[in-house]
Design a protein around this ligand. Structure first.
Ligand code: PLP
Length: 427
């Protein structure tokens, strides 16, 4: 049987030495196996050093002071913007807005673009696999404007039902808000096709790229996405920084979302004129050091290579999928490896996800996520309250998957009554 990873290669294990947290922790008597990367990743020494250097040598507020430290900070902050631009292949650096994270970026679009452009009878099309951050802001803006929120359903195997998408997309659709990789199912969505069809129907597209930008090459111009959101902390960078990419023409037309310092050209007692891009959307002191740390993370990722990272994760997820498929009573959520990115969520009919996560942590040193992963509607649709998720990144190894699988087998034995074996059909 052919696999997606036939010609793929693993990354060198020596790369783990760049991540002090992986060697500094022993859990349950075992070295840490960190498989919670979809929630947040770890930082290499190079990023930690970049952060220390800013604080020890260069830190001051940006864009304001006529002094050396402010100039240094400003230069590094704007260099970070340019790094992000190149990383996603945006046309202009001023199309890159620094926010607090994916959630903040999506809220910015919902409040600024949504409240200006949506009216009663319009439709926003999203999907049932969205993270709450690409769902709740649209629920809120639809409530305020009278627009209607619609959801693309799933196929049997956990992919987007594109036939249903075609039927739901209409001249009423003003925006399609879709995740590039589901943080629960691992499904990789056909963004090219979605953008093309949406544009043909006259709708804009916002891509929640929180789970794809860190793991594979992104070319926002090739996608032709109108907006894209992602977070620094999911790509080896610090928390507290994220990106909103928007096409220049759209961002230019949108009103500022937050008001305050930095986002103005001029303030009078009776009003203000907003600054040009990108400052218009960066009110107050921006995430200066986190942005510089994100820039160091991008350097690191570029050095390792996004294609190599992608291949590495595909090998791990294929290994995990094959091993987990052999376990009785375990339901893998989402599609076959060829349609998924580097994560796998699963559920058991008799054992709660929290019990799994606890035993894996306490006895095997394996850190996984348990719960609804901010996709409650999806879990409800799948008929489960919670799931356990293992998500991979460049520092994970095949031995980590082995440990996970060993741990699961033990948990299952601990909790399952003897003599009863049931296998449920994966959804
Ligand atoms: N979208 C997806 C697909 C995610 O996985 C996450 C985080 O888990 C988010 C959005 C929210 O990201 P943040 O918490 O960094 O704003």
């Amino acid at each position: 049987m052919s696999t997606v990873t036939e010609n793929a290669a693993l990354l060198p294990a020596s790369l783990r030495e760049d991540f002090p947290i992986l060697t500094n922790n022993v859990l349950g008597g075992q070295p840490l196996v960190f498989l919670d990367n979809a929630a947040s990743t770890q930082r290499p020494r190079q990023v930690i050093d970049a952060l220390s250097q800013v604080y020890e040598r260069d830190y001051a507020n940006v864009h304001r002071g006529i002094h050396t430290l402010s100039e240094r900070s400003t230069e590094q902050f704007e260099l970070a913007r340019e790094k992000v631009r190149a990383f996603i292949n945006a046309e202009h650096a001023h199309e890159v807005i620094f926010t607090q994270g994916t959630t903040a970026s999506i809220n910015l679009v919902a409040r600024s673009w949504g409240e200006t452009n949506l009216k009663a009878g319009d439709e926003v099309l999203t999907t049932v696999m969205e993270h709450h951050s690409n769902l709740v802001p649209w629920q809120q803006v639809c409530q305020r404007t009278g627009a209607v929120l619609r959801h693309v359903p799933l196929t049997e195997d956990g992919r987007l039902d594109m036939a249903a998408f075609d039927l739901l997309l209409s001249e009423k659709t003003k925006l399609v808000a879709v995740v590039s990789v589901s943080n629960t199912l691992g499904t990789v969505n056909p963004i090219d096709e979605i953008v093309k069809k949406s544009h043909d129907a006259g709708a804009l597209v916002l891509v929640d790229a929180a789970q794809s930008v860190p793991h594979t090459t992104t070319d926002v111009r090739h996608w032709d996405a109108d907006f894209m959101a992602f977070s620094g902390h999911k790509m080896l960078g610090p928390s507290g920084v994220g990106i909103l990419y928007g096409k220049e023409a759209l961002l230019d037309e949108m009103p500022p979302f937050l008001g305050g310092g930095s986002m103005i050209n001029e303030v009078r007692l009776d009003g203000f004129t907003p600054a040009a891009l990108p400052a218009k959307f960066e009110a107050g002191t921006p995430p200066i050091t986190p942005a510089i740390g994100m820039s160091a993370a991008i350097d690191y990722l570029n050095r390792v290579g996004l294609e190599a990272i992608h291949q590495h994760e595909q090998i791990l997820v294929e290994q995990a999928h094959a091993a987990l498929s052999q376990i009785d009573g375990l339901q893998i959520l989402g599609p076959a490896p060829e349609h998924r990115a580097g994560l796998v969520s699963f559920a058991f009919d008799r054992i709660h996800a929290h019990e799994f996560a606890q035993v894996l942590n306490d006895r095997y040193g394996v850190a996984v996520r348990a719960g609804h992963h901010c996709t409650q509607p999806l879990h409800k649709l799948l008929g489960i309250a919670a799931s356990t998720r293992a998500s991979f990144y460049l520092y994970n190894r095949p031995e980590d998957v082995d440990r996970l699988v060993e741990g699961i087998a033990e948990v299952q034995q601990m909790f399952a009554p003897k003599g009863r074996k049931r296998r449920r059909k994966p959804q």
